[in-house]
Write a protein that binds this ligand. Structure first.
Ligand code: CDP
Ligand code: CDP
Length: 232
């Protein structure tokens, strides 16, 4: 589809149109803030399906990388969205080159539009859902019942990512990881379409000084409080 024919994000209807009998929970935040682990734990606790939307952008990036496509070219990035099948366990999805390409191609409006329906359909499924990413509370599910914005300082996030990469047998330097996190933050926050930012009604959770179990418990407390409030 030509770029000019891609639907504008704003043209899509919101969750209000969908029949819903369970909560939709949006978890956003920067790289390695813990949003994925928190979203998974919330989904398990509430017995809801979970979508890690970052994997969609990573899958496009991996497709492009495998073909040798140019991440600086929007048309090539859009072609990499076609027939997007991927194995979520593929370790290459989480490699650093793929992380970087994902953050580059996610700035293209046509790429975001191509991935929009899949995410909105997931959010609209009967029974509710948990989704994590960058724009869940602002674009994908602006009517979500609960929105969490998970943060941590870049230094703490770089430490976490370093440990993760070392755990996978990769040898990387802290400074390199920190610089990658900072440039991804800048790209994700600075792009014109769906930038990384907290929705005005999001609950903020700074996990800089929290181990994962405490961060997860705090997220559960915030979500339960908001859901109880909504039903009272
Ligand atoms: O886990 P991490 O935060 O490092 O990355 P991710 O959530 O897997 O996302 C990879 C990249 O995809 C991010 O750097 C974003 O540029 C992009 N992304 C996005 O633009 N919107 C989303 N909803 C999810 C990810
Ligand atoms: O999804 P996102 O990139 O935001 O982060 P994640 O994949 O949930 O977490 C990145 C790494 O940080 C994982 O190894 C988590 O176990 C760890 N983590 C942590 O040590 N303390 C936290 N409060 C949150 C995450």
């Amino acid at each position: 589809m030509p770029l000019s024919k891609q639907p504008a994000l704003a043209e899509h209807s919101t969750l209000k149109d969908a029949p819903r009998d369970g909560p939709v929970i949006a978890v956003d935040g920067p790289a390695a803030s813990g949003k994925g682990s928190i979203a998974r734990a919330l989904a398990e606790h509430l017995r809801l399906p979970h979508m890690d939307t970052g994997l969609l952008y990573r899958a496009v990036a991996l497709n492009l990388w495998r073909w040798g496509g140019d991440p600086g070219n929007e048309f090539e990035a859009l072609r990499a969205c076609d027939d997007l099948g991927f194995d979520p366990l593929d370790q290459e999805l989480r490699s650093e080159p793929v992380s970087k390409i994902a953050s580059m191609i996610s700035a293209y409006p046509s790429v975001r539009a191509a991935l929009l329906k899949r995410q909105q359909d997931f959010a609209r499924q009967p029974g509710g859902a948990v989704l994590d990413g960058r724009d869940i509370g602002t674009v994908i599910a602006p009517d979500a019942d609960v929105k969490l914005f998970v943060t941590a300082s870049p230094e703490v996030r770089a430490e976490r990512r370093l440990k993760e990469l070392e755990g996978r047998g990769m040898h990387v330097h802290y400074e390199e990881v920190l610089s990658d996190i900072r440039s991804r933050d800048a790209r994700d926050s600075g792009r014109a379409v769906a930038p990384l930012r907290a929705a005005s009604d999001a609950l903020l959770l700074d996990t800089s000084e929290m181990a994962l179990d405490r961060a997860t418990a705090e997220a559960r407390r915030l979500v339960e409080k908001r859901l109880a409030h909504a039903h009272s």
